[in-house]
Design a protein around this ligand. Structure first.
Ligand code: PLP
Length: 440
């Protein structure tokens, strides 16, 4: 198997000659294992998508049932699994976001949200943030504000970049969360004014920035962006591909701030990736644009019955198992306090932030100067301290999520309190390795 993989599988984001992917034999709940019987506690939820845990029996059975009944049907037909998934999503979506366009994943969802915004407004520019990830298709990678974009440049035109809030490393020299929020909003306003609001179709943002740092918006920021969009007739697209469906303890992360976007994109946690699925939840006003005029887009697998059936079952499990409440309690009572306690013990921990089951530890060489443990976009020997930390986690049976100088604590929403405490105890030991690289 390993030989066939190395000979024939072309892997994502990798120099093909420099990888040796671990063969996985199975998984259950918050754990997965290899063929030699080594087990890991999944603190990454794979790609932060297995929100309901691995191999949930109801989800597996739901997919099998749907496969036996109707495995596939063209998007042009109506289908019960698709209709029910859309109804359930609209039911929990904020405001008048009442319709769903289904895609195969997050990147496509963002592609279509932008297309809808452009046609709806008749404008072409899209404002997208530095420190963001929106997917790897042509348009989504152009929106992305981090190094994965560089290899695809020059990308699709019309994307204008702005800085979002990041209190720990403020681009605005802010001294408090409130100041950060106010200055980030003023910067966004100036960007809009200078670009010409009449040319801007949408502002796209991750409600809580995911891979690029678990950046929770400071008080007033999202509300302020909504107000700016309203003032200038610009649509607000909330990318909730990672933050949505339980990760932040809500169906949609925007619910924390009571903000209603015009379009929400989702994927990952909707059905924990058991079958590829994503989509755009669409406001009535945007949907109305396409009442008498055809929407210029579609996908062979839009609203695939297997994917939609698994979404229906997954949303049911969220309710039956009270998962949103569980996530909120874990975040407030267990993960947050435990990670803050780690910060007390380890000089390499510069910042702890997050909510729900969506947390980051930002590792530094020096807490005073906040110099990152490894440089931005580090590779090779520059990245060694994080590589050593990662290896220490994996050797102890913990599978961490690591990005630049951060480790994210992003386990399945269904992880138990005992498992969380066990995993954080393993992190505690691995951080000793990071501490050795501090200079303070
Ligand atoms: N948007 C965000 C916020 C993401 O985190 C991701 C994937 O990590 C995407 C979009 C892209 O989703 P996909 O890989 O399903 O295309």
């Amino acid at each position: 198997m390993r030989a066939a993989d190395r000979a024939h599988v072309f892997h994502s984001w990798s120099a093909q000659g420099h990888i040796d992917p671990l063969p996985i034999a199975g998984a259950a709940g918050s754990w997965f294992w290899d063929h030699a019987g080594n087990r890991w506690l999944d603190f990454s939820s794979q790609l932060v998508n297995v929100n309901i845990g691995h191999q949930h029996p109801k989800l597996v059975a739901g997919i099998a049932e749907q496969a036996a009944r109707l495995a596939t049907v063209s998007p042009a037909f109506a289908n019960d699994a698709r209709a029910e998934a859309a109804r359930l999503i609209a039911e929990v979506a904020p405001g008048d976001l009442n319709r769903v366009f289904f895609t195969n994943g997050g990147a496509e969802a963002n592609e279509h949200a932008v297309r809808m915004a452009r046609v709806h407004t008749g404008r072409h520019k899209v404002l997208a943030a530095y420190r963001s990830y929106h997917g790897a298709t042509a348009g989504a990678i152009a929106l992305t504000g981090e190094p994965r974009r560089w290899g695809s440049e020059p990308g699709t035109p019309g994307v204008v970049r702005y800085w979002g809030p990041y209190p720990y490393r403020s681009a605005f020299h802010a001294g408090s969360e409130e100041e950060e929020s106010a200055r980030a909003l003023e910067h966004l306003r100036q960007t809009m004014v200078m670009e010409g609001p009449h040319t801007i179709a949408a502002v796209v943002l991750e409600t809580v920035v995911g891979t690029n740092g678990i950046l929770v918006p400071p008080p007033g920021y999202l509300e302020g962006v909504r107000a700016l969009c309203d003032e200038f007739g610009v649509l607000l697209i909330a990318d909730e591909v990672m933050a949505g469906f339980g990760r932040c303890g809500e169906w949609f992360a925007v619910d924390h701030w009571g903000v209603v976007p015009d379009l929400i994109t989702f994927a990952k946690g909707i059905n924990s990736g058991y079958v590829p699925l994503g989509g755009v939840v669409i406001s009535d006003a945007v949907a109305d644009t396409f009442r008498d005029r055809p929407y210029p887009g579609g996908l062979t697998y839009s609203g695939h019955p297997l994917a939609c059936a698994s979404a229906v079952v997954s949303m049911g499990v969220f309710r039956e198992e009270n998962i949103l409440e569980h996530v909120r309690t874990l975040g407030e009572k267990v993960i947050g306090p435990e990670l803050r306690a780690l910060a007390e013990r380890h000089p390499s921990v510069g910042d702890v932030r997050g909510l729900g089951v969506f947390w980051a530890l930002e590792l530094v060489r020096d807490r005073e100067t906040r110099e990152p443990l490894v440089p931005f976009n580090a590779s090779g020997t520059d990245a060694a301290p994080m590589a050593e930390f990662t290896a220490a986690c994996k050797a102890s049976g913990l599978w961490p999520f690591v990005h630049f100088n951060r480790t994210h604590v992003v386990p399945p929403c269904t992880i138990t309190e005992e498992e969380v405490r066990y995993g954080i105890a393993l992190l505690d030991r691995a951080l000793d390795v990071a501490d050795r690289h501090t200079t303070a």
